[in-house]
Write a protein that binds this ligand. Structure first.
Ligand code: ADP
Length: 270
């Protein structure tokens, strides 16, 4: 606990007295620490590709100047690193946008089944390249209308399916299911559960509570190799919370993971 104590000398009913104010500043301190941590993380994440870019520019000006093979190889790496910076900036902007309007309720209605189908279509080439099949259960020829922000919800499913493809590639199959829960106890009413399951490497239980933190990764090297920014699940968490929903993560090391999004049928109920 971090407290701020202020002592003020005063007069009370004609006698000398002291007013002691003790304020609990733990929350402010925590927020400030998190902010500093975030800024340090962002700087580090941006500096890594930038350092690589600067190094290659120098090499291209010097030793690799007259070597066309080396030049092509270095340009490919530079393109990849620039792409990484671009993705990171895109994710940072998404995160700040959803954080800003987290308190506003979504006002439009979206077809969640159609939205998931379009996220699958967009990711099919990436899945095919990784040797992963995507199976959809309860999604074909169906429209399920829910209150929501289409651009944001498509990002939720895009991020979860992309992670399942990236980290579950070994299992070769990603399964997406959509089902109605007639009575979701926490939401005290009907809700929809969308599960994205893979048969990949799974996640050690000790990582689960921190997985949706910004820049938290189980294996930083692996995430970078896959082009990850470490912000995908943080964005997912914020968007779901804006929709008054919940995210449940179930995983078993060596068997695979399941990310379940639960969205209330009506945000007005909460
Ligand atoms: P990243 O850009 O690193 O993928 P995310 O926020 O999307 O960032 O995910 C955070 C971390 O959670 C990942 O680095 C990875 O270690 C772990 N993770 C996410 N999805 C899965 C999954 N389906 N299977 C195994 N690990 C996963």
């Amino acid at each position: 606990v971090f407290c701020e104590v202020t002592v003020t000398a005063m007069q009370l009913e004609g006698r000398r007295a002291a007013a002691v104010v003790i304020e609990d500043r733990s929350r402010d301190e925590e927020t400030e620490l998190m902010r500093r941590d975030f800024v340090a993380n962002v700087s580090h994440e941006l500096r890594t590709p930038l350092t690589a870019l600067m190094g290659f520019i120098e090499t291209l000006r010097g030793p690799a100047r007259n070597d066309p093979n080396a030049r092509d190889r270095f340009l490919d790496i530079m393109e990849r690193e620039a792409g990484r910076m671009n993705r990171l900036i895109g994710d940072l902007l998404s995160l700040s946008r959803v954080e800003q309007d987290e308190r506003r309720r979504p006002v439009e209605t979206v077809d969640i089944a159609g939205l998931i189908r379009s996220a699958v279509t967009a990711l099919t080439p990436q899945a095919a390249a990784a040797g992963v099949a995507i199976e959809q259960v309860g999604l074909a020829d169906r429209a399920v209308q829910l209150p929501g922000d289409a651009d944001q919800l498509v990002q939720v499913f895009h991020n979860l399916i992309e992670n399942a493809v990236k980290y579950g590639a070994g299992g070769g199959l990603v399964t997406i299911t959509l089902e109605r829960l007639d009575h979701e106890p926490v939401m005290r009413g009907p809700a929809w559960a969308i599960a994205v399951a893979d048969k990949g490497e799974g996640i050690d239980p000790r990582h689960l509570p921190r997985l949706t933190e910004r820049f938290y990764r189980v294996d930083t090297h692996r995430s970078r190799e896959q082009g990850g920014t470490g912000l995908g699940l943080a964005i997912v968490k914020h968007i779901i919370s804006r929709h008054r929903g919940r995210l449940r993560i179930e995983s078993k090391k060596g068997e695979g993971s399941r990310f379940i999004v639960i969205l209330p049928e009506s945000v007005g109920r909460l």
